[in-house]
Design a protein around this ligand. Structure first.
Ligand SMILES: [Zn+2]
Length: 355
């Protein structure tokens, strides 16, 4: 069984996506452009054209994955999603068609791109309609600054979602930067442990000191709650060329990955999409990705690695089959049994899937 632990499905992002209005939806996307700058292709690399959160730049989306805005008189764009997106949507039917084409049995839908309450209903509908193909995750707003009553409400949402057997994990349920190792968070970590729901941690894509500090916090939590399963995606998120101030070589992840309750996503090759920065490392099968995974494999073994493509975003770099073939054909340091574990065996265990 081949399981992709990182897929997305979403309705048209040119609509409200569950927010009160289109402008609120657009504001969320505009607010993330600075973080994504120089990863995704843009028609300029000059940072003075980056739109700030809330700045009036006429932000808008159009077909084929592009965001547009106007700043200092210049019409700017970012290829936020791949050009295969029509109408800025990625339907479950499209995702299944791509899975069928390359032979992927199941996809774990990682939450994202929608208002989170709307999204829980959306993912519940998708997993109810295609229970054999999709496994759902949900997210929450576990923001300790919003007070005890708010947190109780979020915990109730968690328990309600977890009663649905198709929901088998959660994705980044707290605002980044909060003290997740503090007692405020203990009810959350305990509940996730008791429910047996793995937590995908969104780390990186931020200044190096913040990134390294967040890893220390996660390590403390996962040590204190050994029944909580943590999954680190996006290669840790701070993979940059060695000349970049946020450059790290991946070794910072080892203290976490050496814990027995932690997994790491293999196959996120979107890090290498921008030719301007990566040059020869831009080319499939992404030698730096292989080097990083081999380093982690040598240290913690294949049982901790889960293949995840980040479809449809993957199509900003390579095809779905190529992503699968990274493991199947290009990881020559693995034997066939180890490849099977990374491509599905480990995920079946983590997400308690029926054979
Ligand atoms: Zn993703």
């Amino acid at each position: 069984m081949i399981v992709d632990v990182h897929v997305h499905v979403f309705p048209s992002l040119k609509e409200t996506a569950g927010y009160d209005d289109i402008q609120s939806n657009y504001a969320v996307h505009q607010g993330k452009i600075r973080r994504l700058w120089a990863r995704m292709k843009t028609n300029t690399l000059d940072e003075r054209y980056i739109p700030e959160p809330g700045e009036d730049v006429g932000f808008r989306m159009d077909d084929y994955g592009k965001f547009y805005w106007t700043k200092h008189g210049k019409e700017c764009w970012m290829q936020r999603f791949p050009a295969v997106l029509k109408n800025m949507e990625w339907t479950p039917e499209q995702m299944i068609a791509f899975m069928d084409e390359v032979g992927v049995d199941k996809g774990v839908i990682q939450s994202g791109y929608m208002e989170m309450n709307f999204e829980r209903d959306y993912i519940a509908e998708v997993t109810a309609k295609w229970p054999d193909r999709f496994i759902g995750t949900i997210t929450l707003d576990y923001d300790v600054e919003k007070g005890a009553e708010h947190l109780r409400g979020e915990m109730a949402k968690l328990r309600k979602a977890a009663a649905n057997q198709a929901i088998k994990g959660v994705y980044q349920v707290f605002p980044r930067g909060q003290a997740i190792e503090s007692s405020d968070f203990e009810p959350l970590w305990k509940e996730l442990s008791d429910l047996g729901l793995p937590h995908f941690f969104f780390v990186g894509f931020q200044p190096k000191d913040k990134y390294l500090y967040s890893l220390k916090q996660i390590e403390q939590v996962l040590k204190k709650f050994p029944d909580l399963v943590g999954i680190i995606g996006h290669l840790g998120g701070n993979i940059r060329s060695s000349s970049h101030p946020n450059y790290t070589d991946g070794r910072e992840l080892l203290p976490i990955l050496r814990l027995p309750n932690v997994y790491f996503e293999v196959g996120y090759v979107l890090a290498y999409e921008n030719w301007t920065f990566w040059k020869e490392n831009y080319e499939y099968p992404y030698p730096l990705h292989t080097k990083l995974i081999k380093m982690l494999y040598d240290d913690v073994g294949c049982e901790r690695l889960l293949w995840g493509s980040d479809m449809p975003n993957l199509y900003r770099t390579c095809t779905y089959r190529q992503c699968l073939d990274l493991v199947r054909l290009h990881f020559d340091f693995l034997d066939d049994d180890e490849k099977d574990l990374i491509l599905g065996g480990n995920a079946a265990r983590v997400f308690r899937l029926e054979p």
